[in-house]
Ligand binder design. Structure first.
Ligand code: PGA
Length: 258
């Protein structure tokens, strides 16, 4: 059996929400309430214009922060893009790559996502790679094939060793923002599949990889999900916009890790 990583990770994905005032209120609350967590790393991922706000609000706390996307290129004439080096300049330590909302709306290919994953790593930013299937794919029973193909884009280009000290977030598309989370059994099975797939190629990388679950995590289901083997934490959308909800989820992760 593969040992799970010890510390949990809970990531707030604010998506395209927030403003200076609302963010300040949330961040102050997070800093005050989540300061004593010992077994859980908390991360906040906000839209680009608020990176400086995160940097300053979180600088004296253990809460890390990051972006929700980055450019696959390192520098050049790419209007509107933000590079890994720029994120690093502000002190970002995490970045979400391949979120299905982006992949669908902006036609991001698995190969582009793989490049983003690697450029983040190169600049010392931990990539949080999102993978997951649609409802049609789950109903057809091909969810493992779909996730496998998403992982293969990285494995085939760069090898499985690159997953060491990175994060994969299993996010079934049908569970995102729908209120219908995967059951602990469904998540358990996919998380085991992901860990085993990487372990078969590189067991050390598999041990150093965190696998999050994302998709309608809330204070009611967080503990049930976080205690599942191979679930190392969560990627939280809607509930990360409410201080109490997000903090309850972080405390559930803390309880599951203790
Ligand atoms: P949700 O979003 O928690 O609102 O379902 C999760 C995500 O998209 O990361």
């Amino acid at each position: 059996m593969i040992p799970k990583t010890i510390k949990k990770l809970v990531v707030a994905n604010w998506k395209m929400h927030g403003n200076l005032k609302q963010n300040a209120a949330l961040l102050n609350d997070f800093v005050a309430t989540l300061a004593n967590l010992k077994h859980t790393q908390v991360v906040v991922c906000a839209p680009y214009p608020y990176l400086a706000q995160l940097q300053s609000a979180l600088q004296h706390s253990d809460i890390a922060w990051g972006a929700q996307n980055l450019a696959k290129n390192e520098i050049g004439p790419y209007t509107g893009e933000v590079s890994a080096g720029m994120l690093r300049d502000f002190g970002a330590t995490y970045v979400i790559v391949g979120h299905s909302e982006r992949a669908t709306a902006y036609c991001e290919s698995d190969e582009n996502i793989a490049q983003k994953f690697m450029v983040a790593k190169k600049h010392g930013i931990t990539p949080i790679l999102c993978v997951g299937e649609t409802l049609i794919e789950r109903e057809a029973g091909v969810m493992e094939m779909v996730v496998s193909k998403q992982l293969d884009a990285i494995i085939n280009a760069y090898g499985a060793a690159v997953f060491a000290n990175t994060v994969i977030s299993y996010e079934p598309i049908w569970a995102i923002g729908t209120g219908l989370a995967a059951t602990p059994e469904q998540a358990k099975s996919m998380h085991r599949f992901i860990r085993n797939k990487i372990a078969a190629l590189n067991s050390e990388a598999a041990n150093q990889l965190k696998i999050l679950y994302g998709g309608s995590v809330n204070p009611q289901n967080a503990l049930q999900l976080c205690i599942v083997e191979n679930i190392d934490g969560g990627l939280i959308g809607r509930c990360s916009l409410n201080a109490q909800d997000f903090e309850s989820i972080c405390y559930a992760a803390e309880k599951a890790a203790a």
